[in-house]
Design a protein around this ligand. Structure first.
Ligand SMILES: *[C@@H]1O[C@H](CO)[C@@H](O)[C@H](O)[C@H]1NC(C)=O
Ligand SMILES: *[C@@H]1O[C@H](CO)[C@@H](O)[C@H](O)[C@H]1NC(C)=O
Length: 517
């Protein structure tokens, strides 16, 4: 079958499905934009395809979809509780710098979010309502107890990962991944790792796996037992996954193996360009020397920047011929140069789509990285926490960005990096090529997501996609029993030969002795 026939089959399936609207529950309790925003974009796509969607999240949907039905279950205090955890840490900048401290922080945050969600009165009401769903889509991020919900609601379980395939879920669907070639999420390692890097990667993976099995799973299982009536054991629910939708794409991440139930939908949250507000449109059109767009994302306020770093930024910006558009959350910025324009809220996707934007200074969050690749704007990346270092490293490896580590941020460095990105055409050419790769798809990523969710429903959980890995014990998977057998045979053979040899030699010597006697 060629691609065209496949495409026709696909379109026919889309339109001949008995569209009675399936019942879909989405569980996205974390009050972080990359979780909430992506979850909402995915569920909205499903509602618009005619499904009946319920979303558990910290915020209500301000623009409910036109098609299908939409119900919000809003976790009222989640935002406040998460801010409490964030501000109880002395300095977010320093806390998230090592894998160990990040892991400890995430454990704490995810336990809080799980407990808050499952104990929420509205969630408890839903759990006790006797309602059922066709699928439950759970955000894959340490809130493992939510995986008890699919079983409770008699639904198929789908995971949504807000970043590329990683050690938090590869094993759940039997996806092969070795630390020799697959860099861990929280490390900024290159595609081809040397010995020390592979050692660091392997130890990090080992720590991640131990943390999951010895701490996260037992702790989260307690919460399933506490809040869900007739609960499953987490260990059974964990490996009962029909599909993983992954916010990843080869235009951004190094290609990795992926079992058939893993589907890349990176870029699905990008909406068609909208008209800019008049003042911004005029500003961008009139910027003859181009615009430098600067935003550190939405969960990290630029007003939290230390004094000296802010000074460095202002000095570097003040002497440029380009205009600078800075996402700044306060009314005033002391010492603001004339060529700097501030905005508390800026329509990032539509700004990046404007041809006068020359470079994006970003924290390297995955949403920003995806959007900048989509629109073909090169970056100076100043990664701070989580997976930002990995994304920034990817931008550098793929030739469309330069990494500026936060502690090395100075007027001189920023100036020279901006000069390099703006004057050397290779960065723009590389990012344009990446953009073409991102857009070169058979159907749009949101259509892909809708197709696969409906596929799982049509095929009653799509258990035919499960790989045999999941039926094996870990020592069977690593062939330890086979190696043990082979070693035993070789060892046995050597032993037998040795015995035989000593016996033969002895009898020869004896014969010789007999002769000489
Ligand atoms: C809404 O869904 C129906 C099928 O349920 C479909 O025929 C129609 O095209 C959809 N409308 C939009 C705007 O997507
Ligand atoms: C596994 O998933 C199926 C639906 O795909 C569900 O019927 C079953 O109860 C689940 N089992 C467990 C142990 O979660």
């Amino acid at each position: 079958m060629n691609a065209r026939v496949l495409y026709c089959v696909f379109v026919c399936l889309l339109f001949t499905r008995p569209n009675d609207g399936s019942r879909i529950l989405g569980v996205f309790p974390l009050a972080a934009p990359s979780h909430y925003f992506l979850g909402q974009a995915l569920l909205k796509g499903l509602a618009e395809a005619g499904h009946d969607v319920t979303m558990i999240s910290p915020f209500p949907n301000k623009e409910p979809p036109k098609n299908g039905t939409w119900r919000d279950i809003v976790l009222e205090d989640m935002m406040k509780e998460m801010q409490k955890i964030f501000s109880s840490e002395r300095s977010l900048f320093h806390m998230m710098t090592s894998v160990l401290t990040t892991t400890l922080f995430l454990n704490k945050m995810c336990n809080m979010a799980t407990e808050k969600t499952l104990s929420d009165p509205k969630v408890q009401e839903l759990i006790k309502s006797g309602e059922t769903f066709d699928v439950v889509i759970v955000s894959q991020f340490g809130i493992e107890a939510m995986k008890g919900l699919a079983n409770h609601f008699n639904a198929h379980q789908i995971l949504f990962s807000n970043t590329a395939a990683n050690s938090w879920f590869n094993h759940l669907v039997g996806n092969p991944s070795l630390p020799s070639f697959h860099p861990e999420l929280l490390l900024a390692l290159p595609r081809r790792m040397n010995f020390l890097q592979r050692l660091e990667n392997a130890l990090t993976k080992f720590m991640t796996v131990l943390n999951l099995h010895l701490y996260v799973y037992p702790k989260q299982n307690e919460m399933i037992q506490k809040y869900i009536p007739n609960p499953v054991d987490l260990n059974d629910a964990l490996y009962n996954v029909s599909l993983v939708l992954i916010n990843s794409h080869v235009s951004i991440f190094n290609p990795q193996p992926s079992v058939p139930c893993m589907v890349d939908i990176g870029g699905f949250h990008i909406s068609p360009p909208k008209k800019l507000p008049d003042d911004l449109q005029k500003y961008l059109d009139n910027a003859k020397e181009g615009v430098i767009y600067f935003s550190m994302g939405s969960n990290l306020k630029s007003s939290q920047l230390p004094e000296e770093k802010r000074e460095a930024l202002l000095k570097a910006f003040g002497k440029r011929k380009e205009q600078v558009l800075w996402k700044w959350e306060e009314d005033v910025l002391p010492g603001k140069p004339a060529n700097v324009k501030l905005g508390k809220w800026l329509p990032q996707q539509d700004i990046l789509a404007h041809p006068n934007v020359k470079v994006f200074i970003t924290h390297g969050g995955l949403l920003s990285t995806t959007e900048t690749v989509y629109h073909g704007v090169p970056v100076v990346a100043i990664p701070i926490l989580g997976d930002q270092k990995m994304n920034a490293k990817g931008a550098e490896d793929n030739g469309y960005g330069i990494v500026l580590p936060f502690d090395e941020l100075s007027e001189e460095k920023l100036t020279s990096f901006l000069d390099e990105i703006i004057e050397n055409p290779k960065y723009r050419e590389n990012v344009k090529e990446r953009s073409r790769i991102m857009k070169d798809r058979q159907v749009s990523p949101i259509q892909t997501a809708v197709y696969w969710v409906e596929y799982v429903i049509r095929h009653n959980g799509a258990k035919h996609l499960r790989v045999a890995y999941l039926d094996l014990a870990w020592y069977e998977y690593y062939l330890l029993d086979v190696f043990a057998f082979i070693f035993a045979v070789i060892f046995g053979a050597i032993l037998v030969m040795k015995k035989a040899c000593t016996f033969l030699c002895r009898s020869k010597i004896n014969k010789r002795k007999v002769k000489t006697n």
